[in-house]
Design a protein around this ligand. Structure first.
Ligand SMILES: *Cc1c(COP(=O)(O)O)cnc(C)c1O
Length: 236
């Protein structure tokens, strides 16, 4: 696979590099959709741009990407300000959200992929009650029960989703998970399947799962949002 690892290249060269990487990702998405008998429009590719310059986001936007994911609130809001002219660009926060950063995030529309419990939800409800847009959220699920890992335990998810359905400020649209890292993408398949089953049992339609290593497998298992960083923008 082409590696787009040189953000310092002249813009024309960087654009060509990103164009090639994005075409490759689209091809992989199409193939996975064909295998899974899914419509290619049912998969949203989120370009993950943490530690990459705003100029990369702009180039990828010009090449057709509309969804971008960041891990840190400060980096997200800085790029959001710099790229405010790109009206239909959609921002996603995919990294852990600390409660004391919530107020910075409520200023502009964003989809949060890492809602991990009621404390964070309550802080969000407080902040979003002051603005005129809703927050779209994915509940992050800790599928492998690792104590040090972020996310809700699977058995806690139904109660959280139910509690949040009473609040207009947040809208839970789906579930998100990061399976344990492995060099063999096939090993992540059971985790993706488990997340889909949990989402289906709750009537949630969207699944944020799959990264550069394993997004093809995630699509086969029903991912609606894949979070692809290094396969598009190169090593970090
Ligand atoms: C960094 C990151 C990604 C992208 O990872 P790649 O392996 O570079 O595709 C996806 N999801 C989350 C939560 C991340 O932190």
């Amino acid at each position: 696979m082409a590696s787009a690892s040189e953000p310092h290249l002249p813009a024309a060269q960087r654009r060509a590099q990103l164009a090639q990487a994005i075409a490759q990702v689209r091809h992989t998405v199409e193939q996975a959709c064909t295998r899974a008998q899914r419509a290619v429009e049912s998969v949203n590719v989120i370009g993950v741009t943490k530690h990459k310059p705003a100029s990369d986001v702009r180039l990828a936007y010009e090449l057709g990407l509309r969804d971008f994911g960041e891990n840190y609130v400060q980096e997200l809001t800085a790029k959001q300000a710099e790229l405010a002219d790109l009206r239909d660009l959609r921002w996603h926060l995919i990294g852990h959200l600390q409660r004391n950063k919530v107020r910075h995030l409520a200023q502009a529309p964003v989809t949060l992929h890492t809602l991990d419990g009621e404390q964070l939800a309550n802080e969000m409800i407080k902040r979003w009650s002051l603005v005129d847009h809703r927050a779209e959220v994915f509940v992050e699920v800790n599928l492998d029960n690792e104590v040090q890992k972020a996310g809700c335990l699977p058995e806690q998810v139904p109660a959280l989703v139910h509690a949040l359905s009473a609040h207009a400020e947040l809208r839970v649209v789906g579930l998100m998970a990061i399976p344990p890292a492995t060099s063999d993408p096939e090993q992540t398949r059971p985790y993706f399947r488990q997340l889909r089953q949990l989402a289906e049992s709750l009537g949630l339609l969207r699944l944020s799962m799959g990264m550069s290593q394993d997004y093809a497998v995630a699509i086969e298992e029903g991912a609606t949002e894949v979070r692809v960083g290094s396969a598009i923008f190169g090593a970090r």
